[in-house]
Design a protein around this ligand. Structure first.
Ligand code: ATP
Ligand code: MG
Length: 447
């Protein structure tokens, strides 16, 4: 680059539309969420699995179904220029998990409880709560025919909402029965929609013969009354399917978990059977599905494995975090325990050493870097969210001392200036250098 280019500024390269950075200010919320997920999964005996972000395109075409939103129009698929392989950025992780389970023969050791978390990719129109790179957390109970496992994965979600302090999430459930039951229903559906052909939109017309069940899932307001009156799958279920669904409902009731049966809940993917469910919350005033799941007994065999039942769920992390933010009105700022300020000759050595010893004691410490007046350093200390400032000046050091300053009120006290003063926010005291760590630990315990 020539000097001239540098002066003018080089062209800026921005991120890809619909793919977001998670900036440090948001990290505490993500971390809290991820910790709650890991704790919840552990509490139910689920073990984490990590599969690659890129898989063969045919895995998703087969595993998700050709006539689905995802496979029809949302996949990031490409041909690897170097070897001609047809690859796709994963739009979801169930197919990948099942592939890995088959490939490594994990079900040989009996049923498996697995969970995953990570980025997924779908080429959708970006808007609030809908991105091209987004994150999902999911759990898969493989080798269990239920409905005990179905109840368990639903209860796990409920426990996660509780752990996160999220309220107002509603559970909807339905049964999709088995494929032969769906076939009879499908005939009835096609006949019904054909009789009302003029009221179908383009998507529905296209799906009329390929996947009429999905028409029930339409988001088009103009078609709501039509789908409302369509033949119900529930009326086509056989005794076994009915019993499975009934038992699931009993189990949920026994745990006092409220739910609503939504006969139009069909889920977007082809592989589901029997129980399906969604958790719905109002985000920014509109109802949005934050988590969806159900049973997918045919999938493992469809992907070449030995026939085995399975169920699970996937939740949209961004949507859950939006909900958390809304319900908390701003997540708490990042906090550290101590911000170390220092000013004057040879104070940096002492400050570095004190910061290291505080970290040895398990504390989170920010050491002021880049010099500047005490005043400007205190501004940074305040902004850091630290509870305490440790001050090392030439005068203090000459006495082998440091000063400890209380930067904020104890969490029990209010946030007003009067409360802060009352709770000792303005307090400052001298501490012998050798006693700094103990004094800070005591002060934190008092706080
Ligand atoms: P929708 O009907 O909203 O398109 P979906 O049926 O495609 O959802 P699933 O495939 O079931 O969604 O994915 C599970 C969850 O992942 C959704 O409930 C949602 O919370 C989240 N999710 C799906 N697509 C996106 C996206 N593009 N951006 C952000 N979150 C998403
Ligand atoms: Mg979708």
């Amino acid at each position: 680059m020539s000097a001239r280019d540098t002066r003018r500024g080089a062209e800026r390269v921005n991120g890809v539309r619909g793919m977001n950075d998670v900036l440090p200010a948001d990290e505490p919320l993500w971390q809290r969420f991820e910790d709650a997920v890991a704790d919840t999964m552990r509490a139910y005996g689920y073990r984490r699995i990590r599969t690659p972000i890129v898989e063969h395109t045919r895995l998703f075409v087969r595993g998700i179904g050709e006539v689905t939103d995802i496979v029809e129009k949302e996949m990031y698929s490409f041909v690897d220029q170097l070897n001609g392989e047809h690859l796709t950025l994963r739009p979801e992780n169930t197919a990948g998990v099942v592939r890995a389970v088959i490939e490594h023969n994990l079900l040989y050791d009996g049923p498996q409880r697995l969970w995953y978390a990570g980025p997924m990719f779908r080429h959708e129109r970006p808007q609030k709560g809908r991105y091209r790179q987004f994150h999902q957390v999911g759990a898969e109970a493989l080798g269990f025919s239920g409905p005990d496992a179905d109840a368990e994965v639903i209860l796990m979600c409920q426990r996660l909402w509780e752990a996160l302090g999220i309220t107002g999430v509603r559970l909807e459930i339905n049964s999709l029965g088995q494929s032969d039951e769906r076939r009879a229903h499908r005939e009835a559906l096609i006949a019904y929609f054909e009789a009302n052909r003029e009221r179908l939109d383009a998507d529905a017309t296209r799906r009329l013969h390929s996947n009429p069940l999905r028409i029930l899932d339409t988001k088009n307001p103009a078609m709501q009354s039509l789908v409302e009156a369509a033949p119900r799958l529930a009326d086509f279920l056989g005794d076994e399917s009915r019993a499975h669904f009934e038992r699931l409902q009993q189990l949920l009731r026994a745990q006092n978990l409220p739910f609503r049966i939504n006969p139009r809940l069909v889920r977007g993917l082809d592989y589901y059977n029997l129980s399906v469910f969604e958790w719905i919350a109002d985000v920014g005033g509109t109802p949005l599905t934050i988590c969806g799941g159900g049973r997918y007994d045919p999938l493992i065999a469809m992907l070449g494995g030995k026939d085995a039942p399975a169920c699970g769920f996937a939740l949209g992390v961004e949507r859950v975090l939006d909900l958390l933010r809304e319900q908390e009105e701003g997540a708490s700022a990042a906090r550290c325990d101590v911000y170390v300020v220092h000013h004057g000759d040879a104070t940096l050595e002492a400050a570095l050493g004190a910061a290291e010893r505080l970290r040895d004691a398990g504390l989170d410490v920010i050491l002021h870097c880049g010099g500047g007046s005490f005043k400007s350093q205190f501004r940074r200390a305040d902004a850091s969210g630290a509870q305490f400032a440790l001050i090392l000046g030439v005068d203090e050091l000459a006495r082998d001392e440091a000063s400890l300053k209380w930067l904020r009120a104890s969490p029990a006290a209010g946030d007003g200036a009067a409360d802060r003063a009352a709770a000792g926010a303005a307090r400052q005291e001298s501490v012998p250098l050798a006693r700094v760590v103990d004094r800070v630990l005591d002060a934190i315990a008092e706080h």
